[in-house]
Design a protein. Structure first.
Length: 253
């Protein structure tokens, strides 16, 4: 992702993110706490360096400049900072996955890292990530359809489109056409995985996806479809409101 974001654009974006964080959190303590939510550490590795001033308070600008472009983009999206020169679909998608679909998040990350290294593997993992998202949605008790867990992407897509009323005769023909197009996309991704990747046994004569441009195309397709399904799911089946806990100080005993 870093190679897709020019240093000039990163400089401009960091300036806007810096301002947005101070507007949202007006104290050094709150700013530091917010940044810590993005900070990941493991043994001797960390995703960025939390820089400090001489008095021990966070140096936000230096900290932001120590981040990779993707992390800055994610923070910008989280804060609602406008990013007119960059289409942030993949960072947005990763944010959604990380919050709601842990298995799909891990799989999609692996797929993204394999685009340049092994396009065939990237396509297969992208298919698996989309399967995971749909399976997770269909686990919702408010959804009638039951799945065994062995369904392929095409079958899962058929089920979820029916649940979302995007493929029934009752919906407008234009919406039904969009639903059919989505189903065709997912069917094509599944066929690519089955017949043009290493995920199924291949002989020397079989065609394999080796051009990264196809992997980029599939990853972007999965991102678009995944964002749509997740957004539609959250609108149709909003998360239930948490039950309020009574304040013990207000009880008459």
């Amino acid at each position: 992702m870093n190679d897709l974001i020019s240093p000039k654009y990163q400089m401009k974006l960091i300036e806007e993110v810096d301002k947005a964080i101070w507007r949202e959190y007006d104290s050094y303590r709150n700013v530091a706490n917010y940044i810590e939510k993005w900070h990941e550490r493991e043994d001797y590795w960390e995703n960025f360096s939390v820089e400090k001033k001489d008095n021990g308070s966070i140096d936000l600008n230096k900290t932001l400049h120590s981040m990779d472009g993707e992390t800055v983009l994610k923070i910008a999206i989280d804060l609602g900072v406008n990013t007119p020169d960059f289409i942030p679909s993949i960072p947005t998608f990763k944010n959604e996955l990380k919050s709601n679909y842990k298995t799909a998040y891990d799989t999609f990350n692996k797929a993204y890292k394999q685009i340049e290294v092994d396009p065939s593997i990237a396509v297969g993992l992208a298919n698996s990530a989309l399967e995971s998202i749909i399976k997770e949605i269909l686990k919702d008790d408010r959804i009638n359809s039951q799945i065994s867990g062995k369904e392929t992407l095409y079958r899962l897509s058929t089920i979820i489109l029916k649940e979302f009323n995007l493929s029934t005769t009752e919906c407008p023909k234009e919406i039904k056409k969009i639903g059919n197009s989505l189903l065709n996309i997912n069917e094509a991704i599944e066929k690519l995985r089955s017949s043009k990747t290493y995920f199924h046994g291949k002989t020397d004569e079989d065609y394999l996806i080796e051009d990264k441009i196809y992997a980029h195309f599939v990853i972007n397709s999965v991102t678009t479809v995944g964002l749509f399904l997740n957004a539609f799911y959250k609108k149709k089946y909003p998360a239930p409101e948490p039950e309020s806990t009574p304040d013990l100080d207000d009880l008459p005993f």
